[in-house]
Design a protein around this ligand. Structure first.
Ligand code: SF4
Length: 320
């Protein structure tokens, strides 16, 4: 059952350099209880997509030019500021990239969580603090009754990320947007945080939009994957199909650039060049300067989206 449907979303930034089409006509959906991964290199539009969904794009210079973000059938882009503020945290929560700086350093942990509860639920301060203790216990913080009185600097990186997840989950959101949730953590803590997100999803049936450049993380967590390049979704597939049989040349490039334990040793494949700046997106297929399969029409015309089956779609002239 659909929870979110994004239709033809365009978010542009109007700067002195010109108009930057950071997100340029993307469409996707997230079902209830589903984890959808969004992958791509830095600068391909993943974070702008997530910020657009919560209407957190700084205006100006940003502007959501067009599209629809249907949540439970209602367009979030048509909601008033008060309505969208009520939805944030309550129905849709976000874990941001900057775990080390996302907590207020001069507020005790308990106070920060309780504040979120008081804003979104009609509980008094005492009840909110009790709930803060419960949620810290749930995310595995030992002795939560004592730790709520601590300041963030007394928590390790992994603990702070658990606190951020606790704050995001405190109002039982239906959708959690996790933007690079484990980037700043070492591998052991990463594994613990992922396990925690899986548990919370099972317990609360929360849908997750997992944004990451880490394909291993997405393979582990997601059921369906969206591959973004230069502001567009170039491929969508169930996670197994994408990793077993990628279709778009960009997806193939991403997957062959991951080191593997099995098979012959040798130099890793790389995708030549870098993601172009939005002011310099090439004509035609935006991937063509980096693509080994590019042909004449790729440089001239944007590839249409081809639906391969009920769950797979790809935008590439090779499929026309
Ligand atoms: Fe490569 Fe052409 Fe496909 Fe773009 S449309 S990915 S340039 S083959």
């Amino acid at each position: 059952m659909r929870l979110v449907t994004v239709k033809d979303l365009r978010t542009y930034f109007h700067t002195a350099e010109g108009v930057l089409p950071a997100v340029d006509g993307i469409s996707f959906h997230i079902d209830r209880g589903e984890t959808v991964g969004m992958v791509g290199e830095s600068g391909c539009g993943k974070s702008v997509t997530s910020l657009s969904m919560l209407r957190l794009i700084p205006i100006p210079p940003g502007k959501i030019e067009s599209g629809e973000i249907l949540y439970d059938g209602e367009d979030l882009l048509k909601k008033s500021t008060e309505e969208i503020r009520d939805i944030r945290g309550n129905k849709i929560s976000m874990i941001f990239q900057e775990v080390m700086t996302s907590l207020n350093p001069v507020l005790r942990i308990g106070k920060q969580i309780a504040e979120a509860i008081e804003i979104h639920q009609s509980l008094n301060p005492r009840q909110a603090m009790d709930k803060a203790v419960d949620i810290l216990r749930m995310v595995g913080i030992p002795r939560p009754e004592k730790r709520i009185k601590d300041y963030p600097h007394l928590f390790s990186g992994g603990m702070r990320q658990r606190v951020m997840i606790a704050m995001a989950m405190v109002c039982n959101p239906e959708l959690l947007i996790a933007d690079e949730p484990t980037t700043a953590l070492d591998v052991t803590i990463q594994a613990q945080v992922l396990e925690l997100m899986k548990q919370l999803k099972t317990v609360m049936n929360t849908s997750i939009l997992l944004i990451s450049h880490d394909l291993g993380l997405v393979a582990e967590m997601a059921e369906r994957v969206l591959v973004m390049y230069a502001g567009k979704i170039v491929e969508e597939a169930p996670v197994e199909g994408l990793f077993r049989d990628p279709q778009h040349p960009y997806t193939k490039g991403l997957l062959t650039s991951i080191p593997r334990l099995e098979g012959e040793r040798g130099r890793l494949n790389i995708i030549r060049g870098v993601v172009p700046r939005p002011t310099e997106f090439p004509t035609g297929c935006r991937f063509h300067p980096r693509c080994d399969y590019a042909r004449a029409e790729c440089t001239e015309r944007e590839p249409p989206q081809k639906v391969l089956d009920a769950q797979r779609r790809v935008s590439c002239w090779l499929f026309e």
